[in-house]
Design a binder for this molecule. Structure first.
Ligand code: NAP
Ligand code: MG
Length: 403
């Protein structure tokens, strides 16, 4: 079979640890034999981020703006231990944070449902998609340790030099302090992204925040969503027979658990960070979750929702066998290839992505899976395989689907 040609390169962002190992094998076994792969490669592995003073991360984000579609491997966000382990020049920021700050946008995370892996929540029958606002709040904040008594104030100086001032707290002793922000423009594009995605997927949209406590900050999110819904989407939602509804975040949590799924749950940045791990785990596993950042300008960055699976990597380095699930990384690749195919009018690439996903699901549904799923699956006959063999098992099924 001739390899599928690509018109425009994908932006490829390599990463760290076990997911970097999987990245190489996945390309070697499941992509390069079938696709004349064109990528612009950026090595976001921690060593190279350190060597380039993290410029590589910024360059990769800018390349995404140039080409439109990126695929990203999981990366280490350094903490004090990592600074020692990798002898880093400094504690570099989260690459995802850097990329999201440049691209703006919303991260959509949806569980990958397969037969045999049943949600922990018995009522859940359909996927719950988390739409996470990917800009601002605590991820773009300024923090301070307060050493002793004193007054903390919020000061805003406008372009003419006029000041607005407000007391945050009169400290009697040591404490902590944080200032965070969001922008009207980013909240608006978040709202549009959610409404459009809901129409695209024909799913209801829920949005929740804490407007009763945060009467300005969270309330502004609520008002902007309502305004945009009323002016631009109410009619379209009626025509599509879907609904939009706002509720308090704590009420939303209760409703989500009692629901049968089948809706999009729009979350502010931090809520989305926490809730997407909760939803993914309750649906089975973080390794069975797709994740895509959609920017307001129509750029797409596909990634896995989980981290670099450090514990498995150390086993791998010692030469021990690992059984790490590559499904989320695989769906990052298929998501990116499918979108590239769609944008370039290349149906072959589009169809290949579909087939590769089908092959991965078939593998698991036929009882062949990695350790994380083997302990969850309700299938009668299960064969647990190692990291590389799992990819080879997918290849067997892919080859059958492609003839
Ligand atoms: P993690 O890599 O997501 O792994 C946490 C645990 O979840 C693993 O130890 C493993 O459990 C299980 N797990 C996650 N993915 C799995 C997979 N594909 N297959 C099988 N099991 C899987 O989180 P972490 O260990 O807290 O973080 C490691 C590094 O990842 C950190 O340096 C962090 O900064 C980074 N991180 C990156 C991203 C990103 O780039 N998007 C996101 C989160 C974290 P068992 O060990 O019990 O098998
Ligand atoms: Mg997280």
């Amino acid at each position: 079979m001739a390899k599928i040609a690509m018109k425009t390169p994908l932006v490829e962002m390599d990463g760290d640890e076990m997911t970097r190992v999987i990245w190489g094998w996945l390309k070697e076994i499941l992509i390069e034999p079938y696709v004349e792969l064109k990528t612009e490669y950026y090595d976001l592995g921690l060593k190279n981020r350190d060597e380039t003073d993290d410029k590589v991360t910024v360059e990769a984000a800018l390349a995404t703006k140039k080409y439109g579609v990126a695929v990203k491997c999981a990366t280490i966000t350094p903490n004090a231990d990592r600074v020692k382990e990798y002898n880093l020049k400094k504690m570099w920021k989260s690459p995802n944070g850097t990329i999201r700050a440049i691209l703006d946008g919303t991260v959509f995370r949806a569980p990958i449902l397969v037969k045999g892996i049943d949600p922990f929540v018995r009522t859940w029958k359909k996927p719950i998609v988390i739409a996470r606002h990917a800009y601002g709040d605590i991820y773009k904040s300024s923090e301070m340790l307060v050493d002793g008594p004193g007054k903390a104030e919020l000061v805003f100086t406008d372009a003419e030099g006029n000041e607005k001032r407000q007391t945050v707290h009169e400290f009697q002793g040591p404490g902590i302090l944080m200032g965070m922000h969001n922008t009207e423009a980013s909240i608006r594009s978040f709202a549009h992204a959610c409404f459009n995605y809901a129409l695209d997927q024909k799913m209801d949209l829920w949005f929740a925040a804490k407007d009763t406590i945060s009467k300005k900050y969270d309330h502004r999110f609520k008002d902007i969503f309502q305004e945009i819904f009323d002016s631009d989407y109410r009619k379209k939602f009626e025509d599509a027979d879907i609904s939009y509804f706002y509720t308090l975040i704590d009420d939303a949590v209760a409703r989500v658990v009692r629901s049968e799924g089948g809706f999009i749950w729009a979350c502010k940045n931090y809520d989305g960070d926490v809730m997407s791990d909760m939803v993914a785990t309750a649906f089975g596993s973080l390794a069975m979750m797709t994740s895509v950042l959609v920017s307001p300008d129509g750029f797409y960055e596909y990634e896995a929702a989980h981290g670099t699976v450090q514990r498995h990597y150390y086993k791998h380095l010692k030469g021990e066998e690992t059984s790490t699930n590559s499904v989320a990384t695989l769906f990052a690749w298929t998501g990116a290839l499918r979108k590239r195919g769609e944008l370039d009018g290349c149906t072959e690439l589009f169809n290949f992505a579909d087939k590769l996903e089908e092959a991965a699901k078939n593998t698991i549904e036929e009882g062949v899976m990695t350790g994380d799923l083997a302990v969850l699956s309700s299938l009668p006959d299960i064969r647990k395989v190692n990291t590389r063999d799992f990819l080879l098992e997918i290849k067997k099924r892919l080859d059958k689907l492609l003839v």
